[in-house]
Design a protein around this ligand. Sequence first.
Ligand code: NCD
Length: 342
Amino acid sequence: MNDLTAFTGNHVLSVAQFDRPQIERVFSVADNMLPYALREKRTQVLDGAILGNLFFEPSTRTRVSFGTAFNLLGGEVRETTGMSNSALAKGESLYDTARVLSGYSDIIAMRHPQAGSVAEFATGSRVPVINGGDGANEHPTQALLDLYTIEKERKSNGEGIDGLHIAMIGDLKYGRTVHSLSKLLCLYKNIHFTLISPAELAMPSEICDMISDAGHQLNITDQFEGSLQADICYQTRIQEERFPSQEEANKYRGKFRLNQQIYTKHFQSKTVIMHPLPRDSRVEANELDNDLNLNPNLAIFRQTDNGVLVRMALFALTLGVDNKVSDFDRPVHWFSNKGQNI
Ligand code: NCD
């Protein structure tokens, strides 16, 4: 992509395809989606369009929010979940699956456990494909919703994304959300990254090089130390499904817990707490304790709500209806108090 009209008909495979003006365009379209997400009104702009929602790896919020976003624009959703329920289990190639399923839908959202699989699938697709996570590689829509959340949280303090200090914590090796978010943040100015993880789960060196080469500040450590002046604390789950064995994953579970006491000790009282979710709430992990639930800086459920807006924006842009959404407005007939719960 190299201009703002370039969204239409294109795949969304990697954050590398976006520049700052395009990100700003996604965010401004996402802002326009709020009245629909709040059920103040609805639109039929995608009436008749079909989303193929293909999830070959566990997912709750990404899968459901893609579907919800498409429904909110007036389109229909076809779901395929789990390898064992699809012809991939019979040895069908990703290319063939894509040729077939793209004949049944107007756009496809896809998640798969192998890095590079969604791009491979896209080569066979006759419709745009949106990457919902490919192994430990990338999760571009999560990174966009995270960045959108960061921008909104910062805006309420009169600040922008430039100059941000973000601490990323936990499994930075296998966590695709931190990979994609770091790459996106490299497009901004004077970002300070503090990366906290066991050495074995450190951020891949090519991403660290990208951060340094872009002139950002990078601190790498294997423990919480002193007072971190971070604006954002981005906690992650140990990605146990990507480890060679469960025993190996168990070594790291519970290593970097964040609770109110640790937060108070190491972060500023205004530090925003983020996590892509799901948080692993089992006692042996518990990387983000429930005692933070009432902390007003906990942004995790604002992230999930923002995910619907950002995915609506990506669908509207990719299908070329971003300027037509309100031409197809309808009233809402039912009781809704969604706005009051934000
Ligand atoms: C993340 C993922 O699948 O990469 N979840 C999500 O999509 N919100 C993070 C995770 O599973 O830990």
